[in-house]
Structures are given as structure tokens and as C-alpha cells.
Design a binder for this molecule. Sequence first.
Ligand SMILES: Cc1cc2nc3c(=O)[nH]c(=O)nc-3n(C[C@H](O)[C@H](O)[C@H](O)COP(=O)(O)OP(=O)(O)OC[C@H]3O[C@@H](n4cnc5c(N)ncnc54)[C@H](O)[C@@H]3O)c2cc1C
Length: 388
Amino acid sequence: MAHYDCLVIGAGFAGAVTAGELARRGNRRVLVLEKRDHVGGNAYDRLDASGILIHQYGPHIFHTSDRRVYDYLSQYTDWRDYRHEVVASVPAPGGRMELPVPFNLVSLETAFGPEKAGELAGKLIAAYGAEKKVTILELRSNPDPEIAALADYVYDHVFVRYTMKQWGQRPEEIDPNTTARVPVFLSRDCGYFQDPWQGMPLNGYTPIFERLLDHPNITVELGTDAARLLTLGDALLLDGEPFAGTVIFTGALDEFFGCRFGRLPYRTLDFRFETHAEDFYQSHATVNYTMDEDFTRITEFKRLTGQVLPGVTTVMKEYSRAYAGAEGEVPYYAIIAPENNALYARYAALAGRYPQLRLLGRLAEYKYYNMDAIVGRALALADELLGG
Ligand SMILES: Cc1cc2nc3c(=O)[nH]c(=O)nc-3n(C[C@H](O)[C@H](O)[C@H](O)COP(=O)(O)OP(=O)(O)OC[C@H]3O[C@@H](n4cnc5c(N)ncnc54)[C@H](O)[C@@H]3O)c2cc1C
């Protein structure tokens, strides 16, 4: 193994960007080990049996305020101009209604009708200013009972049950700080993100990874686990031989150390794909079910990707549950809580015994990161390792 300078575990954004940079900018010889049979991590997409481009591990929408990240990825993909909008589907008299999320002035109109909504909007803008984001905590403390009641409406209709489904919590277990931060946007802008750069990779995410990893200095081995990397005293062994190069580890840190202090808790997701013989299934790419149903949301991929394929569409329902570490289960969301962070800190301290071992990514750092944040962190790590 002496002919590799660096070892990268995992071929998601964290691993692929770091490997690409070390190989291209640093002329390092890099071995990438990925346990799945494909690259791309959770951003992996592929055509399903009907020819629809689907996101196998949940819908991914690119958005960033980081110019460097946008320019960097633009070397590897063109973009489809796409601005994400989300609605909450809630029961309404005689059927259902769709409220834009985050709750905004359009949601207000849908929920209360133009006259009442106009009145409330006037009061809200007078109190907080147009185009402002106000939290439901602020609304609750408003002396006007109608504004305070609006906070409860938003809490009940778009927040509390969705959060309970997503995190498996009872209302009293939901962190009051999270509740307090739920925003109401005093605007008619229904965009889910406000970042200056938003879009979808024109030909999907997977080709980005294929291009990132396509370099003579990079060897990718799929279907191969980090179990080939072992610790022995203060040394790291790869396939039983001491490995002195840098190791960028992007997998689950507790699993690397055999879960010796216990498992880090995660939420996992079950995805149910359905293909329908119609052009479109729903009004938006993402429809959240915030008051009823067992699933949290339905995604319709054609609405994200802009793929033109008449008479057929694939949607995906998302069900959230506790991760148990069973075969085939994917740890998706770290459950950020003081006791879990303390457990992670024990694993991180253990990893600290190996200065050549660098932890990067949503699993190895036990944090939620958007794609742009991970790409930014991977570029920063490459800068540091290459001394520039
Ligand atoms: C449902 C969902 C929706 C999301 N939507 C968005 C979105 O719309 N926009 C956005 O910006 N971000 C989104 N994200 C976040 C995005 O997925 C992450 O930012 C991104 O995946 C982080 O990349 P990563 O490389 O750290 O992790 P991953 O993509 O998880 O990649 C880690 C890789 O390491 C491999 N691996 C793990 N352990 C081992 C091991 N022991 N040996 C070998 N290989 C291993 C895994 O198989 C995987 O391929 C979403 C996340 C989820 C869960």
C-alpha cells in the first residue's frame, strides 16, 4: 500500500472533493474506499425502471451563499435554473389546502381568505416591517391577541406534527428553542431558500462524482469497507500493513471504533417509491404532510430535475424512524443533544490519538451539513493539507 499517499474512506461530497483536490492540486496518489456499490454518498441519483431520474437517498436541492463552492462545482456540472418551493398539505373544509412553507403572506391568504389575511398582514408589517422573518416566539409575545393566535396556528398547522414525525418526539420533548425559532416570512416570496446560487445539476449529481474522481492519481474501490483500515496501538494499518499517509475518514466514527462506547443515535428514513402513469402527481417538487399521514413528505423528481418524459412520473414518500444499526439501514440525521455530543466527543478523542486521521463529513463529525457546507469544508481541508 506504500504507493498511496492518502486514503479516503467514503465517496460522498466530503470524500470525493477531498480526493479530487489532493490528486489534482497536490499530485497525491489517493485510494478511495466506498462501501456502497456506487459513488455519490447520499446525493447519488440514477434512472429508475421507468427512466425517471430519482434521488435514491432523499431529495437533494443545491443552494449556497458560498461563491467558492458554487464556482468549484460549476467546473464539474452545468446547472438547471431551479428555485425550490415547498407547500404543506393540510386538511381543510371540503378537502385539503396547500400552505407555502415557511409560512408567509401567501400562506396567510390561503388559510384565512384575502380579507382577513389583508388585515393580519397589515398589522404584522406595521409591527415588524415588510420582507422580515419573525419567529413564532416573537408573534406569541405580541399584545395583539390576533397576532399571538397566528403563532399558534402556524405551530399547529406546519410545525408540531411534522417535527414529531421527523424526530419521533412528543410535543413536550421538542426543544423549546427550536419551536421558538419557527419563522413566519412577511413576504409573498415562496422560495424555500434565499441563497444567491440555487439550482439542480443539469445531468444529475452522480456525474459530478464521476468527474471528480476521474483522475489518474485516484483509485476508487467500491463495495469495500473501512474495515480494511485498523488501529494497532498508535498506528493505522491498511490491509494489515502500517499506513503512514493521511487518512480522510468520512464514515460513522462510532462504527470505526466498533461502537465500543455505544452507538451514536441517528434517525433513519424509509423511502417508498411509486411510479404513476400521469405527467405530474402533485403541485410542487416537495409537499409536506404536516397534520396527518404517517409519512413526512412526498417528493416528485420530475419537478426537481425538469426531466421531460410524458405520461409517467415517480414520487417518493419519506418515513422517519429511529436508526438501530441493522444491516442495510442508513444513519441519516444525527440527533443533536448534549448527551449524544458528549458520546461523540469520546470517539473524537480516541480518533485524536492518530494525528494522520482526519474526520470530515456529516457522519464522521456527527453533524448535519448541507452539501455546500461539506464541499466548503472539504476544500478547506485540502487547502490545509496542501499547505495553501
Ligand atoms: C434526506 C436528506 C435530504 C438532504 N437534502 C439536502 C438538500 O436538499 N440540500 C443539501 O445541500 N443537502 C441535503 N442533504 C445533506 C447532504 O446529504 C449532505 O450534505 C451530504 O451527503 C454530506 O456528504 P458526506 O460526504 O459528508 O456524507 P455522505 O453523502 O453520507 O457520504 C458518506 C459516504 O461514506 C460511505 N461510508 C460510510 N461509512 C463507510 C465505511 N465504513 N467504509 C466505506 N465507506 C463508508 C457511505 O456509503 C457514503 O457513500 C440531505 C440529507 C438527507 C439525509
